[in-house]
Each structure stands twice: as structure tokens, then as C-alpha cells.
Design a protein. Structure first.
Lengths: 113, 112
């Protein structure tokens, strides 16, 4: 059953703590993306990776970090430097062609207590 | 930065009616895509239209693209309650990196 998975679905964090969100895909896609979505807003790009061991900052990378050690995995760490981390986080993947669509995971809702 | 802007921001219709959503964008694009998001879920791709295409159909969906006006529209015909969702347009700019830029979305409510 191919697809893209994110875990956990809900995550609670205390202020000052780092937390890592998981994203895994078995679609053999080269590119992976992390987006942040706030209520009533569109998606804003945090980081993206077009190939293993390489990634680029998106529009709102401050306070976040990523790694791409394996093609299937693209974890996102929300650090304590992120001032307003409460949001819905979406991971996506796609093949390299510009006409290919993105496939999204179900999302992780992060709440800072 | 957000490339697309959907209009209207919210639309409420009765089942069976048609729903039209518009999207305007700022820079030249390679293609424009429409996605749907059910509440609290991930996005699902609906349809893609290339910059050299003017109209495309997929089931009850019809998308048009006017590159001279930098706008696109998504028409859902014979709407159903299950079409209730948020709809986003997204585009990849010409000559840019392989990033999709999303609009803020439009909330469609289809009343049974």
C-alpha cells in the first residue's frame, strides 16, 4: 500500500523543547517537502529536499531543521528557536518532473503548551 | 511568498448547484494545480493544467487557464455534500526552483 505517512497525528510540546516530526514515503519519490499551515491560511514552505543528503530552505525555515539521510525519510525538527510553533505541519513528496503533482501526508498537529 | 489568491474566500451552495472558484497569480508559470483539503487532513491533488493549455476536464471538474490575465478557474458541476472542503490553487513559476507556491485557499460548503 504505497503512500506517505506522518507521525504522530497530534503532538504536544512544552515551551523550550525541541520536537521531531516524522515523514516517510514508499513512493520512490526523489523530492520531499515540509509545509506549515496556520488556521485559515494557505501552506508555507519550510524546507525541501530534491535528493538524498541535500536540502534547501523554504520561505519560513527559521527555527526548523531537517535531514535527508534516506530517500524515504525527511524528518523535521521544530527547535526552541521557533517562536510560534503551534500549527498543522504537512509533508509532501513528488517525482522530479515539474509537471508531477505532490502527494501529501495526513499531517501532524503540533501544540505548544 | 504566496503566488495564488483564490476568490471567493468562502462559498456556500446547495447540493446539485455548480461551484466556481477563481485563482489569480502573479508571475509566469509552468503549470497550475488545484488541490482539495478536507478539514484536518492532508491535501489531495485534483487536476493540473499546463501553461500551454486553456481548458481541462476531469469528471465533474473543469479547469480553465488564462495566462494573459494570470488567472484560473475551477468549476465543480452538480456539487455534492462530499465536495465540502477547502480548495487551493498552486503553481510552479517558470525558471524557478521546483517549488509549489500555494494560495490561501477557499472554503466550499455544499449543503444537502
Amino acid at each position: 500500500d504505497g503512500g506517505i505517512t506522518q507521525s504522530p497525528k497530534y503532538l504536544f510540546r512544552k515551551e523550550g523543547q525541541n520536537v521531531t516530526l516524522s515523514c516517510e514515503q514508499n513512493l520512490n519519490h526523489d523530492a520531499m517537502y515540509w509545509y506549515r499551515q496556520d488556521p485559515g491560511q494557505g501552506l508555507r514552505l519550510i524546507y525541501y529536499s530534491q535528493i538524498v543528503n541535500d536540502f534547501q530552505k523554504g520561505d519560513i525555515a527559521e527555527g526548523y531543521s531537517v535531514s535527508r539521510e534516506k530517500k524515504e525519510s525527511f524528518p523535521l525538527t521544530v527547535t526552541s528557536a521557533q517562536k510560534n510553533p503551534t500549527a498543522f505541519y504537512l509533508c509532501a513528496s513528488r517525482r522530479r518532473s515539474s509537471t508531477d503533482t505532490q502527494y501529501f501526508g495526513p499531517g501532524t498537529r503540533l501544540t505548544v503548551l | 511568498s504566496q503566488q495564488g489568491e483564490e476568490d471567493p474566500q468562502a462559498l456556500s451552495i446547495q447540493e446539485g448547484e455548480n461551484a466556481t472558484m477563481n485563482c489569480s497569480y502573479k508571475t509566469s508559470i509552468n503549470n497550475l494545480q488545484w488541490y482539495r483539503q478536507n478539514s484536518g487532513r492532508g491535501l489531495v491533488h485534483l487536476i493540473l493544467i499546463r501553461s500551454n493549455e486553456r481548458e481541462k476536464h476531469s469528471g465533474r471538474l473543469r479547469v480553465t487557464l488564462d495566462t494573459s490575465k494570470k488567472s484560473s478557474s475551477l468549476l465543480i458541476t452538480a456539487s455534492r455534500a462530499a465536495d465540502t472542503a477547502s480548495y487551493f490553487c498552486a503553481s510552479i513559476t517558470q525558471g524557478g526552483s521546483e517549488k509549489l507556491v500555494f494560495g490561501k485557499g477557499m472554503k466550499l460548503t455544499v449543503n444537502p
